[in-house]
Design a protein around this ligand. Structure first.
Ligand code: FES
Length: 346
C-alpha cells in the first residue's frame, strides 16, 4: 500500500492516508461530504468513484460507495452531488391528521426556511422527546406551503414519539428541525423513472414524483406503492393525480389481498408488480428494508441507477441502525430509545 494517495474530490486535489475513510480524508482536507450517521446506515454520504479505486467495504452500488465506510487505498477521483447544508430551524407543530388507521399526517410550521431536495429527510425533535427522522412531502392531495413541513408518521402503540402524538405532543408543541440529509433525492435526467414505496416510504416517493411531474412532465414514469392492508393505502388519491397527469402505470398493492379488488388495488407485494428494469432506468425505492434490498439487487442486475431509502427503526442497539424505525413508519421505536433514528423515520 502506498504511504499516501492522491484524491480529487469535486475537483479539489489533496493527499490522503491509505486506510482512512473517504469521509475522514475529505473532512481533513476541508471538503464537506454530506453525511449523517457515519455508520453506513443512512446513505447520505454516497459518492461516485469516477476514476481510480477504493476499498468499498461492501458498500458499492454501481459506481458509488459510502464515504463513511469506504477506505482510501490508492489514487482516486471522486464526486458527490451538491445538496443544501444541514441547518437547525425552530418550528411548531400545527396539524395532526389521521390519513389511515395507522398513519398520521403532521404539519410543522417552520419559523425560518429550510432548503431541501425532494426525497431528502430531516430530523425532528419534539421538545422533551427524542429525535426522529421524517421525510418532508406534500399532503396526499399535493398541497403544502413553503413555510411548512408535511410528514407521514406510522403510529406505534409503544412508540416513544408516535404514541404521544395528540396527547403528550399536541398542536403548538415546539419542534426543532435539523436537516436535510439523505442521498435519495430527485435528480433531473433521461430515461424512465421508476418509483417504488411501501408504507410511509410513500412520503419521499410522493415528493420525488411531484417534482418529476412538474420539472420533466414528459419523462416516462412508473409508480408502484404498497401496504400490508388495503386501509393503509393512503396514497391512492396521489396515485390518481399521477394518472391524471399522464402516468400510465401507477399501481397500489396490498399484500393482505388475495385477489384484485374493485378499487383497482393489486394483490401481492410491490415486488410482484415491478416492471423489468433496464440500464436506462432511474429507480427510487423507499420503505421496508427487505423490499429496498430486493429493488437494489434487481437494479444492480439490470444496470439501472438506484437511489434508495430503507426505513429502519430507532434502536437501543446502535449496531442495528437508523431506519428500521422508518420501516415502521419513518420511524419510531417501541420502548426506550437511547439512539435516535439516524435517518428516516416514525
Ligand atoms: S453517513 Fe455514511 S451512511 Fe450515513
Amino acid at each position: 500500500m502506498k504511504r499516501t494517495a492522491s484524491l480529487v474530490i469535486n475537483a479539489k486535489a489533496f493527499s490522503a492516508v491509505p486506510g482512512d475513510t473517504l469521509l475522514d480524508a475529505a473532512m481533513g482536507a476541508g471538503i464537506f461530504i454530506p453525511h449523517d450517521c457515519s455508520s453506513g446506515q443512512c446513505d447520505t454520504c454516497r459518492v461516485r468513484i469516477y476514476d481510480g479505486s477504493v476499498d468499498d467495504r461492501g458498500t458499492r452500488r454501481g459506481d458509488t460507495v459510502l464515504a463513511c465506510q469506504a477506505r482510501v487505498v490508492s489514487d482516486a477521483v471522486i464526486e458527490f452531488d451538491a445538496v443544501p447544508e444541514p441547518i437547525k430551524v425552530p418550528a411548531t407543530l400545527t396539524g395532526i391528521k389521521p390519513i389511515s388507521p395507522e398513519i398520521l399526517e403532521l404539519s410543522i410550521g417552520l419559523h425560518r426556511s429550510l432548503p431541501f431536495l425532494p426525497g431528502q429527510y430531516v430530523k425532528c425533535s419534539f421538545s422533551g422527546f427524542p429525535e426522529r427522522d421524517y421525510s418532508p412531502t406534500q399532503r396526499v392531495d399535493g398541497t403544502g406551503a413553503i413555510d411548512e413541513l408535511i410528514v407521514h408518521v406510522r403510529r406505534l402503540r409503544d412508540g416513544v414519539v408516535s404514541s404521544r402524538l395528540g396527547t403528550g405532543i399536541r398542536i403548538g408543541h415546539k419542534v426543532t428541525v435539523h436537516g436535510p440529509f439523505g442521498s435519495a433525492f430527485h435528480r433531473m435526467g433521461e430515461g424512465r423513472i421508476v418509483l417504488v414505496a411501501t408504507g410511509t416510504g410513500w412520503a419521499p416517493v410522493w415528493a420525488i414524483a411531484r417534482a418529476s411531474r412538474f420539472r420533466q412532465p414528459s419523462r416516462e414514469m412508473v409508480v408502484v406503492a404498497g401496504a400490508r392492508a388495503i386501509e393503509d393505502l393512503y396514497m391512492r388519491d396521489s396515485l390518481a393525480w399521477l394518472a391524471d397527469t399522464g402516468v400510465r402505470t401507477a399501481i397500489a398493492t396490498a399484500s393482505g389481498l388475495s385477489s384484485r379488488d374493485s378499487n383497482a388495488v393489486m394483490a401481492g407485494r410491490v415486488t410482484d408488480h415491478l416492471p423489468i428494469f433496464s440500464s436506462e432506468d432511474t429507480v427510487y425505492a423507499a420503505g421496508n428494508p427487505s423490499m429496498v434490498a430486493a429493488v437494489q439487487a434487481l437494479c444492480q442486475a439490470a444496470g439501472a441507477k438506484c437511489h434508495s431509502d430503507p426505513f429502519t427503526a430507532s434502536q437501543a442497539k446502535p449496531s442495528i441502525g437508523r431506519r428500521l424505525l422508518s420501516f415502521l413508519g419513518r420511524g419510531d421505536a417501541a420502548g426506550p430509545d437511547p439512539r435516535p433514528a439516524a435517518g428516516p423515520h416514525t
